[in-house]
Ligand binder design. Structure first.
Ligand code: CMC
Length: 428
């Protein structure tokens, strides 16, 4: 970060000098943190589209050029050479691990996979059709009740333990919430299996019939989780930071992140895309009609558009290739893939989408990978949450270590009534 310029702002004829800050990739920001103190004015930026809320050294996105890097490493390189666990370590601890470090962390993940037996009873309390995102968020938050010694992290050792706990247990809780919802017995984690293999085992093994996922299925899952692992100050990450800024513990903060992720405009978009593709496949609406109705603004083309990417989303590129390869290797003919490709092709030539710079985002093809892995649609946002866990942890930790951090507390422009006299009930 460098600070050597100033910007000049004039309000009511009075001029104010504001520091200009530059990031390591040349991003420019005007620092308005002292503006209200000197001028009485605040800045207004609905949806925070133009607001930098923090300094961060975790993830870099250049939306105009379609660049995404975790800790300096390009997403395409990580997708090609790395695994989810290794990338999670990169995000959470700052560097790619050595072979020994990765092995030690994998052992920690294995050791942390079980849930406290009392916590298992919580699953009994949820109704059979309870959405797995509600269950995930609630159970992740209740981990705080089972780990009172880790609510106030003081050392790096404690942080490592909580990080391993969360990255491991989110997978167990995700699988258990699915098993309960379909009335199947819980399948305990097997520490001898790798991260993705263990998840697929907990999802699909049944007593006396082990599920042995193919290497291709494990690889595709690892890639899916890896590309979701972080995306700087998105809605759920900002929620984690917002909650963490009050010095709330890590369990509570990431549980709030899961709630933020649930919405259709964020992590809920992957299931919305598949619903949309299914509707087209079932003949409720044609591809052409879908595009026309989107253009009439009756609804949005799910899995398209992004607040930051005004060029292609590099994650969509990786996932499209992964979906196509996985379906072909597993000899699956998914008609939804053809529909998605047709929609993409038409949209990318249509001025409505071109002029608004709307491209496929991470959610457009991801659901096709999950379908090929037999993951049910209501679990899609849960899968996103599993992937995003390392990013949330890394951001919470970065903020926790910062010396000059303040509670997040935006201001507002009040537009309600001016002062009024209280009217007694009998006179209303
Ligand atoms: N389909 C049709 N029109 C769209 C879409 C879309 N998917 N996205 C944006 N637009 C239009 C929007 O109507 C507006 O048009 P106009 O200028 O005529 O009013 C223009 O594009 C700008 O839209 P915006 O709402 O200002 O954009 P935003 O930056 O606030 O929203 C978004 C970003 C991702 C919420 C939005 O593109 C969207 O709703 N996409 C569909 C949902 C989706 O796929 N979400 C996943 C996002 S990526 C992963 C994640 O964050 O979880």
């Amino acid at each position: 970060m460098t600070m050597n310029d100033t910007a000049t702002l004039t309000i009511d004829g009075k001029t104010y000098e504001l520091p200009v800050v530059r990031g390591t990739e040349g991003e420019v920001a005007v620092d308005v943190s002292l503006l209200r103190g000197t001028s009485g004015a605040i800045t207004l930026d609905q949806g925070y589209a133009n607001t930098g809320s923090c300094f961060s050294a975790i993830t870099f996105v250049d939306g105009e050029k379609g660049i995404l890097r975790y800790r300096g490493y390009d997403i395409a390189d990580l997708a090609r050479y790395s695994s989810f666990v290794e990338t999670a370590m990169l995000l959470v601890f700052g560097e790619l691990p050595t072979r020994e470090e990765r092995a030690a962390f994998r052992t920690m993940l294995g050791d942390q996979a079980l849930l406290h037996e009392d916590l298992m009873h919580h699953f009994e309390g949820f109704p059979p059709n309870g959405h797995p995102m509600a269950i995930l968020s609630a159970v992740i938050n209740s981990l705080g009740a089972y780990n009172p010694d880790l609510l106030d992290i003081q050392t790096e050792r404690e942080f490592r333990k909580v990080a391993a706990k969360l990255i491991s247990k989110v997978r167990t809780i995700a699988a258990f919430s699915y098993r309960k919802s379909v009335g199947l017995p819980i399948m305990y984690p097997d520490p001898s299996r790798s991260y993705c293999e263990n998840f697929l085992h907990m999802m699909f093994s049944v007593p006396y019939k082990e599920h042995v996922p193919t290497p291709e299925a494990q690889k595709a899952l690892s890639l899916f989780l890896l590309v979701h692992a972080d995306h700087e100050q998105n809605c759920s990450c900002s929620t984690v930071r917002m909650v963490g800024s009050s010095e709330a513990n890590l369990f509570a903060s990431v549980s709030a992140g899961i709630c933020a992720l649930w919405g259709r405009l964020h992590g809920g978009a992957n299931s919305a895309v598949v619903h949309m593709l299914e509707q087209i496949h079932e003949g409720d609406i044609s591809v052409k009609e879908c595009i026309e109705r989107v253009k009439r603004k009756e609804f949005r083309l799910m899995g398209f558009g992004h607040r930051v990417y005004k060029n292609f989303d590099p994650r969509a590129k990786v996932l499209k290739e992964c979906a196509t390869n996985l379906l072909s290797t597993l000899h699956i003919k998914d008609p939804l893939l053809d529909i998605a490709q047709e929609l993409e092709e038409i949209a990318l030539k249509d001025d409505f989408f071109v002029s608004r710079k709307l491209y496929p985002n991470v959610d457009f093809y991801s659901g096709l990978i999950l379908r090929a892995l037999n993951i049910p649609v209501n679990m899609f946002p849960v899968m996103f949450a599993m992937g995003r866990m390392p990013g949330w942890i890394a951001h919470w930790h970065e903020q926790h270590l910062e010396e000059n951090t303040r509670i997040h507390r935006p201001r507002q422009i009040y537009v309600g009534p001016n002062v009024r006299e209280y009217v007694p009930m009998k006179d209303r």
